[in-house]
Design a protein around this ligand. Sequence first.
Ligand code: NAD
Length: 500
Amino acid sequence: MTDTSPGPSRTTLDFLGREHGHLINGRWRPSVSGETFDVQDPATGGCIARVAAGGAAEIDAAVRAARAALEGPWSRFTAAQRSAVLWKVADLVQRDHQLLCELEILDSGLPASLAGYICATVVPEFFRYYAGWPTKIEGATVPASPQGKLPGESLSFTLREPIGVVGAITPWNSPLPMAMLKIAPVLATGCTLVLKPAELAPLTAMRLAEICAEAGVPDGVINLVNGTGESAGAALAAHPGVDKIAFTGSTEVGRLIVRAAASNLKKVTLELGGKSPMMVLADADLEQVIPGAARACFFLQGQNCMAGTRLFVHERIHDKVVEGIASIARAMKIGPGMDPSSDFGPLISARQRERVAGYVEAGRREGAELVCGGRSPARPGYFFEPTVLIRTRNDMTPVSQEIFGPVLCVQSFGDGDLDSVARDANSTVYGLSGSVWTRDLGCAMQMVRRIDAGQVSVNIHAAIDPAMPFGGNKQSGWGREFGKEGLEPYLKTKGVSMTW
Ligand code: NAD
């Protein structure tokens, strides 16, 4: 198949052709070892950029820069000045949205419409939301009586202070929002950062770090070290100069992060994997359910932590819903994100494609029936068709494990089965997201209470918004991002008592 998609702009080509190093104390530097790695376009498999591969030496230099910056001019920024910086970052992201959009497409395989929406709207809105917070981070006065002091003889209050040097490690799916989710709370609270983006898609994080500098963030506040997880990531998680690790990635690596962080008892937040259920009750509005469930599963080619990958649907509407979703899946135009007519891009790598194919095969061996998809189209790049499996069970491999690909596993239930559906929905080790589809809001609320997940939506899946906390229960993580709660892990509380 010939690719006729438009090529990247001159600005994007210039960016790709640069030497990509590590941002340490405001300067881009190569690795001490001189080692590099290639970044691929998943739509072609071709190399689009060469990036310095950092390790313990670069992490150590970046952590020292972040520690020094914590004491430097940044510590004298007023809350209003930090707000202004965040607002300026939003404006600059909007100015550069075309470049960011093309980099995001080439780096991670997003379709153009989605990448455009993320770069021109989602990311600026998120920075603007967090721009509102620095002036509202408040402690409290406390009615304490230290050592029996009477009222008027003492004053007790709390101070909210930045937690310090943050080490952030991010995944390759939607890499720009992943970097945004770490940078915005760091700037809002006055912390400093060493960011290690995913080696499979590091480009937009690098551009965002440059934008922060242009917006007036002092040198050393935002540092970025490229490299593999085993080398740069592990060194960051274990570094004694880091006060907090903010990790987004797989549950498996999350466990390694916790072990590494134990060395100096760093604070840790984890945004991990998911296997989110969607429950469709018999009275649901199918005009809403069918496109909603297809989007929930196939958005970002299913490489999305909150993807709705397990569909529990009432037996009376099962066939209609499955056929509706399968028709949407069959009609999706698979192709490179740079082609504006593509609906569905590639998976991130050949390895990921093999993984997804392996899960579909395992499901079929275990008795699931394939309704659509299940194959890689014959074309360059790492494409895999949107896939629907029916007659699945909780004990099947593709139902119990996170695939991180476009595979929907469907189960049906009958009248009076809501208790067992709730148990089934909670049957995996994950608890990130979930949705209920019904016109009966009383019933919806009962199911909302029963689903053990950090986020549950009704008649919509994964209702993400800058103001709404998001994060995982069970093995989907520790802590929350987004909203006011997303700031908490970046702050520490100091109790102060004064007498005179
Ligand atoms: P991953 O865990 O393989 O890698 C994530 C990051 O960790 C990368 O930067 C990687 O280099 C680094 N890393 C790998 N090994 C490491 C180690 N030993 N020490 C330190 N760092 C290490 O995950 P991935 O494949 O990049 O991303 C997919 C996973 O991310 C999925 O499980 C998905 O559900 C999860 N995810 C979760 C959320 C959320 O908000 N909960 C959001 C996006 C992705």
